[in-house]
Ligand binder design. Structure first.
Ligand SMILES: Nc1ncnc2c1ncn2[C@@H]1O[C@H](COP(=O)(O)OP(=O)(O)OP(=O)(O)O)[C@@H](O)[C@H]1O
Ligand SMILES: [Mg+2]
Length: 271
């Protein structure tokens, strides 16, 4: 194999969130379907919950991609932490109101009240990284959802601190919580192979047996982001060897040693 296939394989594992790169895995697809179902229910807010790197942003982006041809949906991938700017953006997106100057929450709620009678459908607003909003801003988002003039899907990191935020804000008022988790052993194999095959890297996909995936699973616990990092580095090393030291390279199976080297390099394993 020449180095370009390893370059291509490497780029498969760049950490990027693009709906076109979405991989269907049984459990993931079931959860995604329940998210889609929840969006159709008369809920005020849906909380997408999970540890970093479990695919929350990917879900949100995919949801946006799937729904936007048929309904009013807006995505905020990066939180707008300035409240005035946030409400201005919402007014612009949801009601096409371009507001000059300052816009505070009270004024914004007046716009909402006025406009919601005119609107035929309730817009859906997707807020990623919601743990970054202050509790005051979050409270306003909640008040807004109570008017039922907008429906929210928000994602939250699952860490101890955010567990607390989630409890304070949402426990009594939810609605619906959907939790994402790391991949299992078998899912991880499918994830890796499907990702490579989608990019026509069939030879690299065939290098992974369940045994190799188990080694990777031990290092990443099935976390998608950690797996991406590890495999990006792994193929980077393969690309280097195939350029500079062909004779040392076995290309029919993944080398345990190179997995280890990559794990040390990415900090998943201490040397
Ligand atoms: N279903 C999927 N199909 C394809 N790739 C995925 C899928 N889920 C996750 N990934 C990959 O895993 C990476 C991490 O996922 P993502 O960024 O969505 O995690 P996250 O839960 O939003 O993490 P954080 O809490 O840190 O924001 C993505 O860049 C993407 O490459
Ligand atoms: Mg994210």
């Amino acid at each position: 194999m020449n180095s370009s296939i390893f370059e291509d394989s490497k780029n498969v594992f760049l950490d990027s969130v693009d709906a076109r790169d979405y991989i269907q895995l049984d459990r993931v697809s079931t959860i995604y379907q329940s998210l889609k179902d929840s969006v159709k229910k008369p809920l005020k807010m849906i909380l997408l919950f999970g540890k970093p790197g479990t695919g929350k942003s990917m879900f949100l982006t995919k949801l946006y991609h799937d729904l936007s041809p048929s309904q009013k949906v807006f995505i905020y991938q990066t939180p707008i932490l300035d409240e005035g700017e946030f409400f201005k953006s919402l007014a612009r997106d949801m009601f096409n109101v371009k507001y000059q100057g300052e816009l505070n929450f009270t004024q914004f709620m007046l716009i909402v009240e006025q406009k919601m009678q005119e609107e035929a459908e309730i817009p859906l607003v997707l807020l990623d990284e919601a743990q970054l909003y202050s509790s005051q801003q979050m409270e306003k988002i909640r008040l807004l959802s109570d008017t039922r003039s907008v429906k929210f899907v928000i994602t939250l990191h699952k860490t101890e601190k955010e567990d607390l935020i989630a409890k304070e804000h949402f426990q009594t008022r939810i609605w619906e919580t959907i939790e994402l988790e790391n991949a299992s052993n078998t899912e991880l194999k499918i994830y890796i192979q499907k990702k490579l095959m989608k990019a026509n890297c069939f030879d690299s996909a065939n290098m992974f047996s369940q045994k190799h995936v188990n080694q990777i699973y031990k290092l990443t616990k099935g976390n998608y982001r950690d797996t991406n990092k590890l495999l990006y580095t792994l193929f980077d090393i393969y690309a280097w060897y195939s350029e500079n030291n062909q004779s040392k390279l076995k290309t029919n199976v993944i080398s345990k040693k190179i997995v280890e080297m990559s794990a040390i390099h990415t900090g998943l394993l201490n040397d």
